[in-house]
Design a protein around this ligand. Structure first.
Ligand code: ASP
Ligand code: MG
Length: 466
């Protein structure tokens, strides 16, 4: 069997769901199980709805819910023939009525517990999976909606619940596996799950990929397909560099390094259950299904090129902390990091000398307050409008002279911080934000002039999306 997960943009409206049906039909011989996200942006709206209710703003909560109701009615109307629609409309109506009832209750009390929040947040996936299953059936696919809460068992850490794999796998065998024997296509909502006692939970934002991996690992899928709206991962941002190419194949570790850099195709941590079982995960474009996308595997095939990708992250601030007191002292770094911790300000890159520490953080409003606190310990300077540039590739591990090669390609750029060795497959450095295009173009020209055809595909068009 295989798992096919369709993200929000791949089920955003009737046309998208229609495309998804055609894609699934083409895979029937592989015994697909389908996982769907909520329609694009629905989860954001649901969270806003729940928050409004929690603040006692009943009118706003109900108005947001009405918008969602209308969008789902309209989509279902477009997708389904009159006969099915009439029945399904009744079902949708009952679901939205009970959502509204809940929202009225929350507004009256003016308190939103994490448990209730999850109940509201998972509504989008529940409805989407029902609607997609109906649409598939109306198109001659033998689909069965499966309520994910019946088979994905988690603890009760609401809003980011942790799957209980043994129990989940038993349920998947019992509930999902038999559907294949009946030649049916299971359709499940991603993101949503339940505790052992049946209380609704969610797996955290972007959790539908996690559901796909849990399902694939549990049922030993041949592969997992993540259907999204881009042709997979790229050697770099095509908006920065006209020669950016599709990466055909990347290792899980490489993909994980790139995730921080806004390669927001997916959050690789969610794929762990699949990767641990050696199940390949393929990222594909539902608007361009012929493209082979990018396959993520536990171990990447050999690659002639030194790097797989070059990524840049802007809006970085460097914080320089200088203290002669640090010389030979211990516990000093701890006192510095405690300040960042207190302000809940994540630190990304760190470099130290005997008397100074430089750190990078994503630019944010907390920085002046952080600096004021650090000032009590040392001299502090901070400077925004920086960027981290990062080169990723498994070959970094066993190639001598990497730094010389990288910095030799950008001789006229001033580099503020360098980090290599923290991960064996990542070399990162900090430059001025304005230098990013020049830097990335020079590096891409130096390292991807002769791309290994086994690992890299066609040049990607910049579609103006970021
Ligand atoms: N709909 C959920 C979210 O937006 C889960 C997902 O799409 O993966 O976070
Ligand atoms: Mg997603």
């Amino acid at each position: 069997m295989i798992v096919m997960k369709f993200g929000g943009t791949s089920v955003e409206d009737a046309a998208a769901i229609d495309r998804a049906a055609a894609i699934v039909r083409g895979r029937l011989p592989d015994q697909p199980a389908v996982v769907v996200s909520a329609l694009a942006r629905v989860t954001d709206t649901l969270l806003a709805t729940a928050r409004a209710a929690g603040q006692g703003d009943r009118e706003k909560a109900l108005e947001l819910s009405r918008g969602l109701r209308e969008r789902h009615y309209a989509t279902a109307g477009e997708l389904l023939g009159t006969g099915i629609f009439t029945r399904f409309h009744g079902e949708l109506e009952a679901e939205f009525d009970s959502l509204d009832e809940l929202l009225r209750g929350v507004s009256a009390v003016g308190e939103l517990t994490p448990r209730t929040l999850d109940h509201v947040a998972g509504f989008g996936e529940r409805i989407a999976s029902k609607m997609v299953a109906e649409a598939f059936s109306a198109r001659g696919l033998d689909a069965s909606q499966v309520d994910s809460r019946q088979c994905i068992v988690t603890d009760s850490t609401f809003t980011r619940a942790i799957p209980q794999f043994d129990e989940t796998n038993l349920k998947l065998e019992k509930i999902v596996r038999p559907l294949f024997e009946q030649r049916r296509v299971p359709v499940m909502g991603g993101y949503i799950a339940a505790t052992r006692d049946g209380v609704t939970t969610t797996l955290g934002r972007g959790g539908s990929d996690f559901t796909a991996a849990i399902l694939g690992a549990g049922l030993s899928a041949e592969r997992i397909e993540i259907w999204t709206d881009v042709d997979g991962m790229m050697t770099t941002d095509p908006a920065l560099c006209a020669n950016a190419r599709r990466i055909k194949s990347i290792s899980f570790d490489e993909a994980a390094e790139l995730a921080y850099f806004g390669a927001k195709v997916l959050h690789p941590a969610t794929l762990l259950p699949a990767v641990q079982k050696n199940i390949p995960v393929r990222v594909l474009n539902s608007r361009n299904p012929k493209n082979e996308g990018t396959v993520i595997t536990a171990r990447a095939p050999k690659c002639r090129n030194l790097f797989k990708a070059i990524a840049a992250k802007r809006r970085i601030t460097i914080v320089d902390v200088v203290a002669t007191r640090m010389l030979m002292a211990h516990g000093y770094l701890r006192s510095i990091f405690e300040v960042f911790d207190r302000h809940k300000c994540p630190v990304d890159m760190v470099s130290t000398s005997e008397v100074s520490v430089s750190l990078t953080v994503d630019s944010n409003e907390a920085i002046p307050a952080v600096a004021a606190d650090l000032q009590k310990l040392a001299d502090v300077k901070y400077e925004g409008r920086k960027a981290i540039v990062c080169l990723v590739g498994e070959n970094i591990r066993n190639t001598p002279g990497i730094a010389a090669k990288v910095f030799g390609a950008i001789p006229d750029l001033s580099v503020r911080m360098i980090s290599q060795g923290a991960s064996e497959i990542n070399l990162s450095f900090v430059i001025d934000e304005d230098d990013v295009p020049r830097c990335v173009q020079a590096l891409h020209a130096a390292f991807f002039a002769d791309p290994d055809p086994e690992v890299f595909g066609e040049v990607m068009q910049d579609r103006g999306r970021k």
